[in-house]
Design a binder for this molecule. Structure first.
Ligand code: GLN
Length: 496
């Protein structure tokens, strides 16, 4: 059961082979057993979860249900969920109970899905290893000595260890795709504006986007069907017709389902910085795509090497503004002792935020300050446009772009914590996609061997043109019809 697809689970629920309460209890039991070691979930509320499962069973009995009704999902702790503790993995919000639902949460509620619990993450989604969390790191299920990636590390480990049927994540610079690569599952960051950011705690608003984290492209399509859609409460939500992201999947069988698909390979993605082992796995995956009928086009994204510096001006600038609301007055942590208002602000923020968050606030405040605004912030915005333009040019010659999702496989916990720049380089192939507002996904493409012989997953990144998620999911699904990387799970966890 734990390896079943969302479609299979849906069929079992619909035909009453299993009830949502039974399914939910089975997952909760697995969580009870494995979470103390993995630390994927930071908040569980069995009562609320089972109440939702019961309600789902009632809907199924009444014949009023959809593909995700009764299915237990893990929610990244960046989404406000009414009555649930919502912390963003920060001491600042350690005791915050959300008074309302994020759009994503209410969409899943309306679909009848079950909220299994809130997952660990890097503090305010700042990080690539989940090590900046106030609630401690998360273990990579493939090798407990290694990180799951970040910032959606809890959701990633939960999907990889099969602690949930699927999960949500958010991706500001790579936080769905990089953990998907490091933990071996399928994750999709949609086009900016496709999924409403309402009730999703803000990090860098012009980049943040929520998306599905699941075993397969098909599962991601079912999740995206629920998540995507116009919401007037987010001014950047795009008002376009709802799509069925599963519509093309059935045609992805037979001899050459991708005949004529033009895959662009950016030379910058296969240059210095990419581990040789990862490169080999990606090349093998590309060869598989050729068998499926695709043709390869060499392309260039000449400004890709500027994406990390540009991001680390813009994202902190936006974060410094977004995080100014945590002042100890309205909600969040407040220092116990202070002499005046100024000191109350200072102590509350000094105590409530962790080191990486403080670093970003300082950088952001600096680049926005009067004397430096033109030199840093404005310049970064100009280069952002050039980076987006590179993709416009590239998509004149290809239908999708492929490459690695991350430069290496999962690294050891502690390995990069003292070197922020090494940590930032994790997003070398993902950040430009956010800067351009494009959709990107990572699909499991194989394994390398760690030094001690453990298999470590590698993700193939598929980047699409604006709102081309349906095609990307078809492309991922076609590959998953002829490979089984996405169905593999850590051997040690299989029989638990
Ligand atoms: N690793 C990047 C950062 O630390 C991206 C994080 C994200 O996508 N939320 O900011």
């Amino acid at each position: 059961m734990i390896n079943s697809s969302l479609k299979q689970l849906g069929q079992q629920l619909a035909s009453k082979q299993v009830s949502s309460v039974e399914l939910t209890q089975a997952y909760l039991q697995r969580v009870t057993q494995l979470n103390p070691a993995i630390n994927a979930f930071i908040t569980l509320d069995e009562e609320k979860t089972l109440a939702q499962a019961k309600a789902a069973d009632a809907r199924i009995a009444a014949g009023d249900f959809g593909p995700l009704t009764g299915i237990p999902l893990a929610q990244k702790d960046i989404f406000c969920a009414k009555g649930w503790r919502t912390t963003c993995s920060s001491k600042m919000l350690e005791t915050f109970i959300a008074p309302y639902d994020a759009h994503v949460i209410s969409q899943f509620d309306a679909a009848g899905a079950v909220n299994l619990g809130k997952t660990n993450m890097d503090e305010f989604a700042m990080g690539s290893s989940n090590e900046t969390s106030y609630f401690g790191g998360v273990k990579n299920p493939w090798d407990f000595d290694r990180v799951p990636g970040g910032s959606s590390g809890g959701s990633a480990a939960a999907v990889a260890a099969r602690l949930c049927a699927a999960a949500t994540g958010t991706d500001t610079g790579g936080s769905i795709r990089q953990p998907a690569s490091l933990c071996g599952f399928t994750g999709l960051k949609p086009t900016y504006g496709l999924v409403s950011r309402y009730g999703m705690i803000a990090f860098a608003s012009s980049l943040d986007q929520a998306g599905p984290m699941a075993k397969s492209a098909e599962d991601c399509a079912l999740m995206l069907n629920v998540m995507a859609g116009f919401d007037e409460r987010d001014s950047t939500s795009v008002n376009r017709e709802k799509e069925d992201y599963t519509r093309g999947l059935a045609a992805m069988t037979g001899e050459q389902p991708l005949k004529g698909l033009r895959i662009g390979l950016p030379k910058e993605y296969f240059a210095e910085g990419l581990s040789a082992e990862v490169a080999k796995v990606i090349e093998t995956a590309i060869a598989e795509y050729k068998k499926l009928g695709a043709v390869i086009v060499d392309i260039s994204l000449p400004n890709n090497n500027l994406s990390i510096p540009v991001y680390y001006v813009l994202a902190p600038a936006e974060a410094s503004s977004n995080l100014s609301r945590y002042d100890g007055v309205r909600y969040g942590h407040r220092a116990a002792e202070y002499n005046d208002l100024q000191q109350m602000y200072m102590k509350s923020r000094a105590e409530g935020f962790g080191a990486e968050v403080k670093r970003r606030i300082l950088i952001g405040t600096y680049v926005l300050s009067a004397g430096y605004y033109d030199a840093y912030y404005l310049k970064a915005q100009q280069i952002r446009r050039l980076i987006a333009q590179d993709f416009v040019e590239a998509f004149k010659h290809c239908d999708v772009i492929m490459g690695p999702a991350a430069p290496s496989t999962a690294f050891k916990a502690g390995e990069k914590t003292s070197d922020p720049v090494a940590m930032y380089l994790e997003d070398l192939y993902t950040i430009a996609v956010n800067l351009a507002g494009l959709p990107g996904m990572s699909v499991p493409a194989g394994f390398t061997q760690s030094g001690d012989g453990k298999p470590l997953p590698v993700g193939l990144q598929i980047i699409g043109n604006y709102f081309d998620e349906a095609r990307m999911l078809d492309v991922g699904h076609a590959y998953q019809q002829v490979t089984d990387w996405h169905t593999q799970m850590p051997a040690a966890l299989e029989n638990i």
